[in-house]
Ligand binder design. Structure first.
Ligand code: UD1
Ligand code: MG
Length: 477
């Protein structure tokens, strides 16, 4: 249920210089969705009445992504005044003037902070009747972070940025995680009072804490249970470290839900993948996007599936697939390449060194070896011979091939589209099918074979082939 007294502000206006990328930092993907997507999903899970994303650098890209990820999120532009304080100030102006609840502030580049942790944090803030609560973290190496300065009695005094900190303050190992809960009223009172007279010439959000304390309000800092939860992404090393951690958590989650994962260290599962009980995942497998795997299916080894559906009990071995649907009990691979629009019916087979694209292969139909099947529909119970190529492209347009049900097409065929092969039809080995084949017909168009006896001995004298031919000839005599 929506919490009418809760707003979440996601800070995403920063530049992300250290990523060295033309893509804004918060749009770099982690487990298949942008960093910002993780944060917005967490924000939504809190069920606040308002979610505001503050943008500036890479404005259009970030705004578009935020709206696509979470349509109800309000986009708010930061102006020329720099700093986290200014970012929250513009967000506050986007809230209804009479909003008097709590404002959670989180960073768009801190993807692993989960909703349960934030819920506890909000509850602590509310039960302390605090004006501001800072989520802190205890780190071995606090370099780069704002330090949590506590008074002699242990209460929170203020936060000092690394660049503004005195020698003794730099020794503090409790840091500001960059996530907070504020009462909206406290922000309205204090943000206009913050200046830019500091080492970075920015309006620091963290200055609100010291001002509130000085005005007699309650301010608190609560350490997070585990510091990785508040780790941010500043460069690509941190991106991969968080990616590994998140992947471990995702894999473990599925193992606990009944999925066998033989080798978690080489198995990568995106956040939006769904797996049923008794799915088995073999080493070297990546399941990406919105891939869905039904009960009892075996995926891998060495398989990458992007936005695929795999039916109950199917096996998919050493395969690369995108936007493909694999039916129950079907078998794919090894070494199959399933391109978008591949539909394999229940009990069907796409075998070794087969590429498919925009192809529907019906129930119990098989394309077992060495083929390219594109823009094609195959009925049920058919077998497409080894080494079959659909010539679907005439250099300008793509054309369709239709193979009926219970057809048996020979090895090394070319189906020159547009062409239809009827139900129950056969084609001979090596047939180049240029004309429709009626149901039940056998199509043949290979020239009759001619054997010119003695040709090798006459024309290739002195070669091993000629010697072998002569010897075979002798044996026959
Ligand atoms: C900030 C905190 C610091 C804390 C650290 C945790 C301040 C002044 N300092 O420092 O105490 O330890 O986070 O990571 O807040 N952003 C904007 N607009 C801006 C500047 C930043 O939206 O003008 C956004 C960034 O996109 C980012 C977040 O705010 O998501 C934090 O900004 P960043 O520059 O990384 O803050 P730090 O200097 O690291
Ligand atoms: Mg900064």
């Amino acid at each position: 249920m929506t919490d009418q007294n809760l707003a979440v502000v996601v800070l995403a206006a920063g530049q992300g210089t250290r990523m060295k990328s033309s893509t804004p930092k918060v749009l770099h993907p982690l487990a298949g969705i942008p960093l910002l997507g993780h944060v917005l999903a967490t924000a939504r899970a809190l069920e606040p009445s308002h979610i505001i994303t503050v943008v500036r650098h890479g404005r259009d890209q970030v705004a578009e992504a935020a709206s696509a990820l979470l349509p109800e999120c309000v986009i708010c532009d930061q102006d020329d005044i720099p700093g986290t304080g200014r970012a929250v100030e513009v967000a506050l102006n986007a809230l209804p003037g009479d909003f008097d609840g709590d404002v959670v502030v989180v960073s768009g580049d801190v993807p692993l902070l989960d909703a349960d942790t934030l819920r506890e944090f909000i509850a602590a803030h509310r039960s302390a009747r605090a004006a501001a609560t800072v989520l802190s973290a205890l780190l071995d190496d606090a370099t780069g972070y704002g330090r949590v300065v506590r008074a002699a009695d242990g209460s929170l005094d203020r936060i000092v940025e690394q660049k503004d900190a005195a020698e003794d303050e730099l020794a503090i190992t409790e840091v500001n995680s960059g996530s907070y809960v504020f009462s909206a009223r406290a922000l309205r009172e204090q943000l206009p009072r913050i200046g830019t007279d500091n080492a970075q010439g920015e309006k620091y959000l963290t200055d609100v804490v010291g001002l509130l304390r000085a005005s007699g309000s309650t301010v608190e800092a609560t350490p997070v249970a585990e510091s990785w939860m508040v780790s941010g992404v500043n460069d690509r090393v941190q991106l991969s470290e968080l990616g590994e951690r998140l992947n471990r958590m995702i894999v473990r989650g599925w193992q606990r839900a009944g999925v066998t994962v033989q080798d978690p260290s080489t198995t990568w599962i995106d956040r939006n993948v769904t797996l049923a009980e008794d799915v088995e995942i073999l080493p070297g497998t990546q399941l990406k996007g919105a891939t869905k795997v039904e009960r009892g299916a075996t995926i891998g080894p060495d398989t990458t599936l992007v936005d695929c559906e795999v039916g109950e009990g199917a096996t998919v071995k050493r395969t690369d697939g995108t936007l493909a649907v694999i039916g129950a009990g079907a078998s794919v691979g090894p070494f199959s390449y399933l391109r978008p629009g591949t539909y394999l019916g229940a009990g069907g087979k796409i075998g070794t060194f087969v590429e498919t694209k925009n192809a529907t292969i019906g129930e119990n139909s098989k394309v077992p070896h060495l083929s390219y099947i594109g823009d094609t529909e195959v009925g049920v119970g058919s077998n497409v011979g080894a080494g079959t190529i659909t010539a679907n492209y005439d250099g300008v347009n793509k054309h369709r091939t239709v193979v009926g049900s219970h057809a048996r097409t020979g090895s090394h065929n070319v189906f020159v589209a547009p062409v239809r092969i009827g139900d129950g039809a056969y084609t001979g080995a090596g047939t180049v099918v240029r004309k429709d084949v009626p149901a039940g017909a056998l199509a043949l168009n290979v020239a009759p074979q001619r054997n010119i006896t003695g040709w090798v001995v006459q024309n290739r004298a002195g070669t091993a082939a000629a010697d072998a031919a002569a010897a075979a000839d002798g044996e026959q005599d």
